[in-house]
Write a protein that binds this ligand. Structure first.
Ligand SMILES: Nc1ncnc2c1ncn2[C@@H]1O[C@H](COP(=O)(O)OP(=O)(O)OP(=O)(O)O)[C@@H](O)[C@H]1O
Ligand SMILES: [Mg+2]
Length: 291
């Protein structure tokens, strides 16, 4: 079965021209790419956009500590092996073998969370385009095969880092949060309803404020702004900024954490930030209006 193409990707990538050019150049040069950036910054969106642009298949794997080599590579179907033996047709390819055979991009989310054994399987596939599997033999990568992996920046990584050998096979593309204008456009494109521009502006400004406030350990991503816009649109409230604050109180507790030294509560911090953001937007002439 061929790797899924991008018929399901109709959302255009907003901005990111520089990063898109970098990843595109790496893949055209038959290199592998490590995308580093905080949660929700747009790593997956960027990787999908590059694959769509190159018309390359995209095989996705989500890393976690219990992922196994057999899952990544594939395995023989035990009942078929019992009845017919180790025939190649009884091998069920995993994402790595599928991507190699199809010349697709193997997209591995949070590669650093994968156990070391899983990371090691990638080594020969990445620089020799080749794997040798017991009872199956050699698997050769078709032209176009590449690994695009993601990891969160070092300060966010609770679990292991990538080995030196693995890092030596990747080119690094870093992503930071998009500009305010691009984040507004991202929310507009990804929101489930049609939130008005002033609501989008308030949701984005509030989320951006969480990233620079010293009381907050780690701010939220544009994904939180999308959630706030989705919820605020339907939340009964007497003003738009009250709806945004109410939505933020639902969307942000799962996504941000107060700094240890700060004694205040998240609702208090958010309502203070909300007021500040309203004033800021008022000064710019795009203040949330009364409903
Ligand atoms: N440049 C962009 N253009 C269009 N949509 C974007 C862009 N950046 C982010 N998004 C949207 O924002 C949301 C988060 O982006 P994405 O899932 O790509 O982030 P991520 O870095 O892969 O997150 P995670 O670390 O959780 O895997 C998605 O809904 C995505 O479609
Ligand atoms: Mg992702």
């Amino acid at each position: 079965m061929p790797a899924p193409r991008h018929d399901d990707v109709h959302d255009a990538l907003i901005g990111r021209d520089f990063e898109l050019g970098c990843v595109h150049a790496c893949l055209l040069g038959a290199r592998h790419v490590l995308l580093e950036g905080p949660v929700g910054v747009g790593k997956t969106a960027l990787a999908r956009a590059v694959c769509a642009r190159l018309d390359r298949g995209f095989v996705r794997v989500d890393g976690d500590g219990r992922y196994t080599e057999a899952k990544l590579v594939g395995q023989f179907d035990p009942p078929l092996v019992l009845s017919h033996g180790y025939r190649p047709e009884n091998f069920i390819p995993g994402p790595l073998v599928r991507a190699m055979r199809e010349g697709a991009v193997l997209f591995i989310n949070e590669l650093n969370r994968m156990p070391e054994g899983v990371q090691n399987v990638l080594l020969p596939a990445m620089d020799e385009g080749m794997l040798i599997l017991p009872m199956l033999g050699e698997v050769r990568a078709a032209r176009g095969f590449a690994v695009v992996a993601t990891q969160n920046p070092a300060e966010f990584v609770a679990t292991g880092a990538l080995s030196e050998a693995l890092l030596d096979r990747f080119e690094l593309v870093r992503l930071d949060h998009a500009t305010e204008a691009d984040e507004r456009a991202i929310v507009r494109q990804n929101a489930h309803g049609s939130p008005p521009d002033d609501l989008i502006a308030a949701a984005v400004a509030l989320v951006r404020a969480t990233r620079v406030d010293p009381r907050i350990r780690r701010g939220a991503s544009v994904r939180a702004a999308i959630a706030i816009a989705d919820i605020a649109l339907h939340l009964p409230a007497e003003s738009l900024d009250a709806a945004v604050l109410g939505a933020a109180l639902l969307a942000l507790p799962t996504r941000i954490e107060l700094a240890d030294a700060h004694g205040g509560s998240l609702p208090a911090v958010l309502s203070e930030l909300g007021e500040r953001v309203t004033k800021q937007l008022e000064a710019e002439g795009s203040a949330p209006k009364k409903r």
